[in-house]
Write a protein that binds this ligand. Structure first.
Ligand SMILES: Nc1ncnc2c1ncn2[C@@H]1O[C@H](COP(=O)(O)OP(=O)(O)OP(=O)(O)O)[C@@H](O)[C@H]1O
Length: 240
């Protein structure tokens, strides 16, 4: 581990019942970088994010955030320490307005003034949300709900964003815009992102590191550019 590694995962074992889904995951994500986690359906990508964000309790292994062991840390404490998880399916609350949903992302913050600033920044980033402040969650399109879920996480000013399938169900243009936004946040604010994606090409285009999972293990972690451009690696691990 180096001082710049924000997330370090060692030997992480987790699952839902007796049989583990994750079988000793090792992973390192340097601060201010984007890691794309890709792999076949059922490889354990979503389970990895759930285990990292405390939604399921690991059976073994270590998760370090900026050097601090997160074992046994309650979910709300993980959020305070800078971890934000945007789950697949987005988790927008249908009965609340856009504004109310966004404010939920900053409720726990003591610095109210900065929470307000973060909210304003999210409205600047996502102009369609600014125009729909008073709309209810269920009145939004799929892309708008995705923006809202991401925006809500950003209102909490996370250090580490765990993002599950942000491109799911979105038009290619919106996917491209979302990926560009992640890159912009990384470059401007030093945000660190662990991105789970089915859309391998889009994910590797934006990522610094590519992590390929299969059957609950990391089979290769390499610079994204290498996974993108090395035909042999691509054939071996990504099948295209
Ligand atoms: N809530 C659950 N209870 C029991 N088993 C689960 C649950 N969620 C997922 N699994 C199992 O865990 C394994 C890994 O699933 P996971 O969703 O982590 O994979 P994934 O790589 O994200 O797949 P996909 O790309 O299809 O979303 C699968 O075999 C799945 O059936």
């Amino acid at each position: 581990m180096t001082a710049t590694d924000l997330l370090v995962v060692r030997g992480l074992v987790a699952g839902y019942g007796a049989a583990p889904v994750l079988r000793a995951i090792d992973l390192t994500v340097p601060a201010g970088t984007i890691a794309a986690v890709v792999g076949a359906n059922g490889a354990g990508k979503t389970t990895l994010l759930r285990a990292l964000s405390g939604m399921i309790r690991p059976a073994a292994g270590q998760v370090l955030l900026a050097g601090e062991d997160l074992r046994g840390t309650p979910v709300e404490q993980l959020v305070r320490r800078g971890m934000a998880h945007v789950p697949e399916g987005r988790g927008v609350i249908s009965e609340l307005t856009v504004d109310e949903n966004l404010r939920l992302g900053g409720l726990w913050r003591r610095d109210r003034a900065d929470a307000g600033r973060a909210l304003d920044e999210v409205y600047q980033l996502f102009e369609p949300l600014a125009r729909r402040r008073r709309h209810l969650g269920h009145q939004l399109s799929g892309g708008e709900r995705q923006m809202l879920a991401l925006g809500r996480a950003l209102v909490g000013r996370p250090r580490l964003l765990l993002l599950d399938e942000p491109s799911l169900g979105l038009a290619p243009r919106v996917v491209a815009r979302t990926m560009a936004l992640l890159r912009q946040l990384r470059d401007r604010t030093g945000l660190t992102v662990l991105l789970v994606e089915q859309n391998v090409r889009s994910a590797l285009a934006v990522a610094d590191q590519g992590v390929v999972m299969s059957l609950g293990r990391v089979v290769i972690a390499a610079p994204a550019v290498q996974l993108r451009d090395d035909v042999d690696l691509r054939h071996a691990y990504l099948g295209f």
